[in-house]
Design a protein around this ligand. Structure first.
Ligand code: CP
Ligand code: NVA
Length: 303
């Protein structure tokens, strides 16, 4: 592992990602067989949340416990950062107490600043820009179901949001073909799309079936992300049709898997029947958050 932090997948090499996936598989195997190694005994992870969370909070907290350490849930409502204490001061103070920080917030810059001013590993637990922890778990899940990543086609349908950005980067870095279908004006980050087109097999279209054709994995996410609640009604109209449903499944590859980072809105970005038919993949994907993040913490925080 050549990295000190996980701020975004764009910073990580293919080798860093593959090393993490290998360790995630090993930790998952050990967990299933009741083997627990306290790689992070005595260490404390601070978890700063400026947005809601089920999976990220519980998987990091449980993962830290399983590794012999402890996790502190630090809500924005209680921290001085929520009252305006600068991130550069918060970073330097928390670095004196903690061994690592996981942060979920709005601006990517806040995560980058924590790393700049602090001196402990910083892990991005979702920003408006990206969600790298989720995509490491996603890649682990695709490998489990498909055996490999290189040459497989990953299709994302919906809003060009934080999930789309990280899936493009993670998919291209691991040799996958990546296609995105989204309405005009809701494309993923322009710099990420430019990088993807220059570094791999990447397409972005407004045509759902064109993007989904022969895909090995179809992925979607909510139409309105956290922080966009007031746009939800308008987005329901704009995104109508950007849905994984039985019709879209017909153009995907045989035995295509369906993925969702969750939480899901049935009847919007995915139909209830498709979600339930692919519940195995989707909840394995959720489970893998635990294993992939334990791997990230071990690789970044082991002393
Ligand atoms: N997928 C995901 O990050 O879920 P939470 O918002 O529940 O953490
Ligand atoms: N795009 C979603 C992902 C939730 C895990 C959001 O940011 O709310």
């Amino acid at each position: 592992m050549t990295q000190k932090h996980l701020l975004k997948l764009g910073d990580w090499s293919t080798a860093d990602i593959m090393e993490t996936l290998e360790l995630a598989d090993k930790l998952k195997y050990e967990n299933k067989h009741g083997i627990r190694h306290h790689h992070l005994a005595g260490q404390t992870l601070g978890m700063i949340f400026q947005k809601s969370s089920t999976r990220t909070r519980v998987s990091f907290e449980t993962g830290m416990y399983q590794l012999g350490g402890q996790a502190l849930f630090l809500s924005n409502r209680d921290l001085q950062i929520g009252r305006g204490e600068p991130v550069e001061d918060t970073a330097r103070v928390l670095s004196r107490y903690l061994d690592g920080i996981m942060i979920r917030t709005f601006a990517q810059q806040e995560v980058e600043d924590l790393a700049k001013y602090g001196c402990i590993p910083i892990i991005n637990g979702l920003t408006d820009y990206c969600h790298p922890c989720q995509v490491l778990a996603d890649l682990q899940t695709i490998r489990e179901y498909k055996g490999d990543l290189a040459g497989r086609k990953l299709c994302f349908i919906g809003d060009g949001n934080n999930m789309a950005n990280s899936l493009i980067v993670g998919g291209i870095k691991t040799g996958m073909k990546v296609s995105v279908a989204c309405p005009d004006g809701y494309q993923p980050d322009a710099d990420i799309m430019k990088w993807a087109a220059e570094n791999g097999d990447f397409t972005c279209t407004s045509d759902v079936k064109e993007a989904a054709a022969d895909a090995d994995a179809l992925y979607t996410d909510v139409w309105a992300s956290m922080g966009q609640e007031q746009e939800a009604l308008e987005r329901q109209k704009i995104f109508a049709g950007y849905q994984i449903n039985a019709d879209v499944m017909k153009v995907a590859a045989d035995k295509a898997m369906v993925m969702h980072c969750l939480p899901a809105h049935r009847g919007e970005e995915i139909t209830a029947d498709v979600l339930e038919a692919h519940a195995n993949e989707i909840f394995d994907e959720a489970e893998n958050r635990l294993h992939a993040q334990k791997a990230v913490m071990v690789l970044l925080m082991s002393k």
